[in-house]
Design a protein around this ligand. Structure first.
Ligand code: CO
Length: 491
């Protein structure tokens, strides 16, 4: 079933993995001329990626990487060459803390100000850390963090231009999610692409607001729905007619957070005997919302959704329970065996009968699913994911997997024992005709040289290994999400 290049006795060492989580204070730009292999001449455009760049503030460690200040990388490709640039998002919190030389804010994932609980009690201010996703849309480059407004950056220089309220769509203090999805052919907009994103407002019932934006950045549609109870919604899936959310079976007890003992996300409790609620909202704003019960599981990311034979199908990365950050221990010492691994599940929703069924598509640990942008919301043949070297259990991501949803075939390339990966990005070949005509781009931490590589694969032949490995001058801490634009923003 698996095509893999080699087997090795030990897949990784914890010390190697941990060094990929060292802070990277450097910001610079240069041509990526130190490389193995060849950059495809047809590869043209810019890959933007973001993630936590600082894992400490002047020696005060963050409690969880999700609390780290956002640093954006831009890799611009043209004529067989690539140019690299990285820069911190100059958020207010970043500037204040760099000046003070210590944490001034608490992090959602447990980072506390120095001084114990007395220094943290009742401090519910959030630091907008702009570290989760970055996307070029409507002529703007936006760094996203789901609990606050986007930051706008200059796509050429990555200079921070300030908070961006999406031309007045957001009000001061409003949040928007870090998981926009682009419908490549919106049937309400003459088959033009549109960007769909959402916002979540907590309360006794949770408000979900859906936004759809034209390629110009102009707001096309907006609607708000209310669902019962607390909801942790990081991502959604879209089809031409629906937005689909999974309301994970979790409850929230804010007391330890308010009293200064724990971060807000550490107060989330998984309820293994409660159903996951599948929320289906018609995108046109007129139809009824449907809420269905499914197997208890925890989902951060959906791979894709599509409509088929009167049903809605969704591929998602599912965990048996909430892979909870622990309040008392350093994330660097995490016991991988004690937390559930993500697996690829397929769900089928029958709205008429009110039924949900599911099957496990891939039990090997995987995360960060992506696909051909033309297939978003449509039935896709290929998914690409970050994966572990080992075929069972949880471990750091060290490889990339191509998953053929038609034949069940898998192709895996692993950088074990000393390489570590994250989210791949699929870039279509400009003259491509097949769904896998294109390239996978991936930032890989190379512990042997303590630097990161930008790796390029032929998406058709992942099992053949990289077409090129472009060596950066230094390491980029493990990142979160990013997007590719065919526009070239290099020098
Ligand atoms: Co995410």
């Amino acid at each position: 079933m698996y095509v893999q290049q080699r087997s090795i006795p030990q897949d990784y060492s914890r010390d190697d993995w941990k060094r990929g989580y060292l802070s990277q204070p450097q910001e610079s730009e240069y041509w990526l001329d130190n490389l193995d292999g060849e950059i495809p001449a047809e590869l043209c455009g810019t890959l933007f990626r973001v993630g936590p760049g600082l894992l400490d503030i002047n020696g005060h460690p963050v409690h969880h990487p999700f609390d780290g200040d956002g640093m954006v990388c831009a890799i611009a490709f043209k004529d067989g060459r690539a140019h690299f640039r990285n820069r911190y998002v100059q958020t207010q919190g970043f500037q204040d803390e760099q000046k003070a030389g210590k944490p001034l804010y608490r992090g959602v994932f447990g980072t506390q100000k120095p001084g114990g609980w007395l220094a943290n009690i009742f401090d519910t201010r959030l630091k907008n850390i702009a570290n989760t996703n970055v996307i070029y849309w409507g002529g703007k480059l936006l760094a996203l963090w789901e609990a606050a407004e986007p930051h706008r950056l200059d796509p050429h220089t990555l200079e921070t231009l300030g908070l961006d309220r999406l031309d007045g769509v957001l009000e001061e203090g409003d949040a928007i999610a870090a998981h926009p999805h682009i419908d490549p052919h919106s049937h309400r907009d003459n088959s033009e692409p549109c960007l769909v994103n959402f916002a979540v407002k907590p309360g006794p019932s949770t408000a979900i607001t859906l936004y759809e934006f034209a390629t110009s950045g102009k707001l096309l549609r907006q609607q708000t729905r209310f669902i019962p109870g607390f909801a942790f919604l990081h991502d959604m899936a879209i089809t031409p007619n629906y937005c689909i959310f999974f309301q994970n079976p979790v409850s929230f007890n804010p007391l330890p957070y308010l009293l200064g003992f724990r971060g807000a996300a550490e107060c989330i409790q998984f309820n293994p005997n409660t159903a996951t609620k599948v929320i289906v909202i018609p995108r046109d704003g007129s139809g009824e919302m449907t809420i269905l019960d499914s197997e208890p599981c925890f989902v951060f990311h959906h791979a894709n959704a599509w409509e088929e034979d009167g049903e809605i199908c969704i591929d998602s990365i599912c965990y048996d329970s909430f892979p909870q950050p622990t309040a008392d221990s350093d994330f660097r010492e995490v016991d991988f065996d004690a937390i559930p691994e993500g697996q690829l599940w397929n769900f089928r929703l029958n709205l008429e009968r009110g039924e949900v069924s599911h099957e496990v598509i891939e039990s090997r640990c995987c995360e960060f699913p992506v696909l051909h942008p033309e297939k978003v919301g449509r039935k896709a043949r290929y998914l690409y994911l970050g994966t572990t070297h080992r075929e069972q259990g949880n471990a750091p991501l060290q490889g990339v997997m191509k998953c053929d949803r038609l034949t069940g075939e898998r192709q895996v390339w692993s950088f074990a024992p000393r390489g570590f990966t994250g989210e791949p990005t699929f870039v279509p070949h400009p003259q491509g005709t097949k769904e896998d005509d294109g390239w996978l781009l991936l930032l890989m931490y190379d512990a042997e040289h303590h630097r990161s590589d930008l790796v390029i694969f032929d998406a058709k032949a992942v099992e053949n290994g990289p077409l090129a490995q472009l060596h950066l001058n230094y390491h980029i801490p493990y990142g979160l999400h990013g997007n590719f634009t065919p526009e070239y923003f290099g020098p």
